[in-house]
Design a protein around this ligand. Structure first.
Ligand code: NAD
Length: 404
């Protein structure tokens, strides 16, 4: 009789030195046929990560790709090569063709932010599962339209807010929200210090009209986390920020870049929780940190990649609970091969959750509504930077024709 979950290892399944084993003798290292076939729409940096992580996860494969840039298609082929022969990869001529393909179970949409709304409008007509990259849209109206399209949609529509699956945040979510190790949460602060935005096809991420602005494009991940830890709706947002160092001189096809590279954001939630976010995008590292204070303790966690030769801890999480309860210091992590697959392993677990979601298991994957609220805070913060004033979220929604 089988009890519990059987142990199978993707690490061993993918080791070429085990290929000598007859198929019937592979148990621990068994390679099951993928059950699902996905298309990747947009195969730039992120689309290529989705190709390789789909194959690494193994319950699905990539059936086809659509991207107008031939070099991005070549990139998708390269992402295939460590895992599977890619001769059968279908390369579509149009989005419509990709959406019509009856052999496909789902679409992974990783096109530039401003294109998401049009791609989703078409992809959703296919009735297939959708994993839509963050930010789900660049405006509140478009984000709301997607939540409406998702309501009553029979298939899965999951938003790519996958920082939730980074090891430090998985542990923080467990401690703060499930175990309630900190008592009642009162304040949450997140900091991200990192290198500038990378080059992109047509440099769409250097322009607010294409990306939604830095606080929507990148920071929706952190606003999603703040919203999650607050477990309440945001009431008001105040932000300051500027274009201090990056892309100050940058022009593309006659247009000057207009994205901010540093910001301080404060969010007040309707249950009184205060949250803050501190961004600097001209730091020579990737460093993010969260501090959550409750009435019974304080949690601090960080993830650090600083490219220095002397190894230092890449992650850290402490829970301090004073004289009443045990405190703890840990270094949350995943196996190296999963972390190296992208975003410290978060992309792998995003895919695992996408498939679990498709199979009807309960997950903590981001729903369209959660994607929407991450955009609301991001847009409010962008507007606050421009206006130099506190943005009231209800009024912002009303301005966008919404009374929620
Ligand atoms: N979840 C994350 O942490 C994460 C990380 C990186 C990027 N992203 C998101 O992924 C998306 C893509 O970002 P990227 O870094 O890969 O950008 P990129 O510029 O590297 O790639 C975008 C690709 O989309 C293609 N494209 C443009 N318009 C298209 C269309 N209408 N149909 C099909 N393909 C189209 C481009 O040719 C390009 O190959 C963005 O929404 C971005 O915010 C998410």
């Amino acid at each position: 009789m089988k009890t519990g979950k059987e142990f199978r290892s993707r690490f061993f399944a993918l080791r070429p030195h085990l290929n000598y084993l007859p198929e019937g003798d592979r148990y621990l290292s068994s390679i099951d046929e993928p059950k699902y076939r996905f298309n990747v729409i947009g195969t730039g940096t992120n689309g290529q990560e989705h190709v390789s992580v789909t194959l690494l996860e193994g319950r699905a494969t990539i059936h086809g790709v659509f991207d107008p840039n031939p070099r991005s298609i070549e990139g998708a082929r390269r992402a295939f090569s460590p895992y599977a022969p890619q001769e059968n990869l279908v390369v579509y001529d149009s989005l419509e063709q990709a959406c019509r393909d009856p052999d496909v179970d789902g679409h992974i949409i990783c096109t530039p932010n401003y294109t998401h709304i049009d791609v989703v409008r078409k992809a959703i007509k296919s009735g297939k599962h959708i994993l839509l990259e963050k930010p789900m849209a660049t405006t509140i109206r478009d984000a709301y339209e997607i939540t409406q399209l998702a309501t009553g949609y029979d298939a899965i529509l999951q938003i790519g807010l996958q920082y939730r699956y980074k090891a430090i945040y998985v542990e923080a979510i467990y401690e703060a929200l499930e175990r309630k190790a900190l008592g009642q949460i009162k304040t949450v602060s997140i900091l991200e210090h990192r290198i500038p935005f990378f080059d992109k096809v047509n440099q769409w991420n250097k322009f607010s009209k294409y990306s939604g602005g830095t606080l929507v494009e990148k920071c929706c991940h952190y606003f999603d986390l703040l919203n999650m830890f607050a477990q309440a709706r945001p009431v008001s947002v105040f932000a300051t920020g500027s274009m201090a160092v990056n892309f100050v001189e940058f022009e593309y096809e006659g247009q000057k870049s207009d994205i901010i590279d540093n910001a301080m954001v404060t969010v007040i939630y309707e249950n009184g929780i205060r949250a803050s976010f501190n961004l600097c995008m001209f730091a020579p590292m990737f460093y993010e940190e969260i501090i959550i204070c409750g009435d019974e303790g304080r949690l601090k966690a960080f993830e650090n990649q600083d490219f220095m030769p002397e190894p230092r801890p890449k992650t850290y999480l402490e829970i301090m609970r004073g004289e009443q309860k045990p405190s703890r210091v840990t270094t949350p992590s995943y196996p190296t091969f999963l972390e190296e697959a992208g975003h410290s392993g978060a992309t792998y677990f995003e895919h695992a959750n996408f498939i679990d979601n498709i199979e009807g298991r309960e997950t903590n994957a981001a729903k369209a509504e959660e994607g929407f609220w991450s955009i609301v805070v991001g847009v409010a913060a962008e507007e606050s930077v421009k206006a130099g004033e506190v943005v009231n979220v209800e009024q912002l929604l009303k301005k966008n024709g919404l009374e929620l």
